[in-house]
Write a protein that binds this ligand. Sequence first.
Ligand SMILES: [Zn+2]
Length: 307
Amino acid sequence: MTAFFSHPAFFKHEMGPHHPESPERLWAIHDHLTRKGLLPLLDIHEPSQAADQDILRVHTVDHLDRLVAASLKDKAYQALDPDTAMNPHTLNAGYLAAGAVIKAVDLVLAGKARNAFCAVRPPGHHAERNAVMGFCFFNNIAVAAAHALEVHGLQRVVIVDFDVHHGNGTEDIFANDERVLMVSTFERSIYPFTGDIPMGSNMINVPLDAYSDGTAMREAVEFQWIPAIEAFAPELILVSAGFDAHREDDMSHLLWTDQDYAWLSEQLVKVAAKTCGGRIVSSLEGGYHVDALARSVAHHVDALLSG
Ligand SMILES: [Zn+2]
């Protein structure tokens, strides 16, 4: 059983006309999952809002206070960094996105779902402990990891991040936390221009060269991620699932295909089956070519369904 989380509020957060992180991304995913006959196979859930204490496991009080204060200003758009803005629906969507990954962790750890995909907006992996960044407000996957560790008492959680941009926020939050192993690939020398040198010994960062195709990613997964995950023996695998390394996505210069996302997702399902009873909670990050995003998500969900 694969759980699927969505909420109408995720469609209401938007950052202005022509912003690439748009509600159209989710419409495309829903349409394509329906067209492929996958949606009826999923156990569909609507999340409730995360509590402040869930957010504050990974963010500072100042960070939360700034977002709440900004949300009270009642402006159509409130710019928080050069490419990140709030509208009147953003804070609610942010709490619900964090609430989705928390509920997904609860379901998977209770054995009520084998794994889960959270089709959330806003994304999270650039949000640092004390900073909004790169379309991200609350670091959803970090909230999920902290919930698993501190509420469920897990001792070892893996975070996989295959978004084309380095997950600087997640690294900021968990560097040198020995309860977490983070493995990632990202394109070298693009936004946020971090990650070449990991901030902690629990980070396996594999920068990929511009214009490299899925072969380089497959080598990283096979020879660096999988052995490290197996040695770590996680109790749960969390995934920051970004689909912007796709060759049709002009947010990057990597040349991954639909089949690369299918292969990668199958590897994650396999290593989860081997190490942690198949327990995966995956949450949407980037992916800006809406057709390529929707197709790639369908391959990802298809792999989860086979898990
Ligand atoms: Zn990205």
